[in-house]
Design a binder for this molecule. Sequence first.
Ligand code: SAM
Length: 296
Amino acid sequence: MHELSLACPQEQVELLSDALEALDALSVSVEDADAHTDAEQALFGEPGMPAPRNAWQRSRVLALFATQALAQDAVDLLSAQDFFSHCDVVGLAPLAEQDWVRLTQSQFAPVSITPDFWIVPTWHEPPAEARYVIRLDPGLAFGTGTHPTTRMCLRWIAAHASEMAPARVLDYGCGSGILAIGTAKFGARDIDAVDIDPAAVESTRYNADANSVQLRSGLPDGATGTYQVVLANILATPLRVLAPLLCAHVADGGHLVLAGILDRQVAELQEAYAPWLTLSVADSEDGWVLMTAQRG
Ligand SMILES: C[S@@+](CC[C@H](N)C(=O)[O-])C[C@H]1O[C@@H](n2cnc3c(N)ncnc32)[C@H](O)[C@@H]1O
């Protein structure tokens, strides 16, 4: 395969991408031409919403072609277009052959949560010391066990193992379903896993089946009544908005476990939840904190 690299202003990116696809590019990707420099522009979007813009002020457009001749033909044809006068060809080079499956797999090794609780991709054997194992491959939804927020929630679940069997559990913002599945591995038996993203709902269902775990996966209105454990690893802003809803789902004596919160956001979260529950910091890792509360 051959990679054609083009520099292009934001306004032309969509036109250029469409043209490259029409000219038989196998794939077209767009990145910030200023990535990893002081001029790098972050494009933040709310979960479930489209990104605020679909390109950067100075974008790098990368197109893969099956042959060098096809890539060169594309350059020749594009050069005749008016809009292309704002774009530059940065390079055209063969792409080294790689075993992409093996390369991707090599980036995901088993993750240890505690000495006997592990997240293990399906292409690895669980380590001998693993008593509790979640089998999980990277997919469309967040939650492979490599992020500190997920790991802290899983550590909390392991530390409260004696309270999981047979707890009613709500995983709010379930992503891959990793937390819900984790509670099941420690004995929870009545589990709702909900998310605003239909891909996460589907992913949770798939991963639960792959782990022989029974749970209900659905959109947020699938959360009903009260639970002994309510887990929500989202982000501080949605967690603030969700405070009354999440607190209403915590049973008497039940636990609320919140993640996705940065060190500096502790006070604002405590304030948002104060009318219902008293949150305190239970764990921290890499600038993220886990906040928990128990009712009654
Ligand atoms: C950081 S991921 C956490 C995934 C998984 N629970 C974990 O711990 O790894 C946050 C998830 O929350 C979902 N989410 C964001 N806002 C939400 C909301 N208001 N209600 C329900 N789910 C939401 C996102 O779609 C995403 O799947």
